[in-house]
Design a binder for this molecule. Structure first.
Ligand code: ATR
Length: 272
């Protein structure tokens, strides 16, 4: 029987993860299957345990179960520990379940390797202080930006997140209402505003000349925040498709010990 993996989340039908992992498996000659499970609000832990009892080797976990997966993992990587969220579950040889978080490294790899941005010395603004943002702060800081400011509608959450990660670099928190007059080389959107086609309430001139915008979300059409970047002079206005593929590649590596090539997979998904 082939090794079995799944992504679990809710909603799940539009997830591109099965397509991405199937491409990785073909490319690397790995004998594996990758499916999807619609997670139930009160059934997540049971569903994971059933999958493992049936011989499942690993899971990706997506919204809204990343925190539940963190609690479920018997051991966690350092980056998952700090993120407070787990997007990859790995069955260890002794049967224990290890939780990791590959979102942050996926974002940083997309920015630096795929897009060629040198984060060193950059002034970076991260919008939002929920689960999506929490997952990426430590890897972002480890890439050596000049400073990372986390701005959130509810200021206290940004301040608390910055305080929790202060051991990893120059990170500060504030409310969205404190951004007037400031400028950044890179603005990353980690808020959920885009789910309703909205952008967070931010000033007009936040991007420094030559600055980039990055939306952690993606869609078949340009997202609201990609359109914001384009309308506000971003030298590059990127969506999160590259991050999605890179976080998947890192999960694949954790499971299979082989790092797949991502560029062709990103281009295929993008339809180029
Ligand atoms: P996720 O796990 O997807 O990040 P979350 O934990 O609910 O979801 O966090 C959502 C984030 O998007 C929060 O930072 C939220 O701001 P608040 O903490 O003030 O709620 C932010 N957010 C959601 N809708 C927003 C909007 N319309 N404008 C600005 N920020 C928004």
């Amino acid at each position: 029987m082939k090794d079995r993996y799944v992504v679990i989340g809710n909603p799940i039908e539009h997830s591109k993860s099965p397509q991405i992992h199937a491409a990785f498996a073909r490319q690397t000659g790995q004998e594996m299957e990758y499916g999807r499970i619609l997670g139930e609000a009160d059934g997540f832990e049971r569903q994971v345990r059933e999958f493992l009892a049936a011989g499942g080797k690993g899971l990706n976990v997506t919204v809204p179960f990343k925190e539940a997966a963190w609690h479920l993992a018997g051991e966690r990587s350092g980056r998952a520990e700090v993120a407070g969220a787990v997007n990859t579950l790995i069955v260890l040889a002794d049967g224990r379940l290890r939780g990791d978080n590959t979102d942050g490294v996926g974002l940083v790899r997309d920015l630096t390797v795929n897009q060629g941005l040198d984060l060193k010395g950059c002034r970076v603004l991260l919008l939002g202080a929920g689960g999506a943002s929490r997952g990426v702060v430590r890897p972002l800081l480890e890439a050596g930006p000049n400073q990372l400011l986390i701005a959130n509608r509810t200021a206290e959450k940004a301040l608390a997140l910055a305080a929790a990660l202060s051991g990893f670099g120059a990170v500060f928190g504030c409310g969205l209402d404190r951004l007037a007059g400031r400028q950044f080389d890179l603005i990353i959107n980690g808020t959920a505003a885009g789910l309703r086609g909205e952008v967070p309430g931010i000033p007009e001139h936040l991007l420094a000349p030559g600055g980039w915008s990055y939306d952690m979300m993606y869609g078949s059409e340009p997202t609201a925040f990609v359109r914001w970047g384009e309308a506000h002079g971003a030298a590059r206005a990127l969506d999160g498709l590259g991050m999605l593929v890179e976080q998947a590649a890192e999960a694949f590596y954790l499971w299979r010990g082989i790092r797949p090539e991502t560029r062709g997979v990103i281009e295929a998904l993008r339809g180029v």
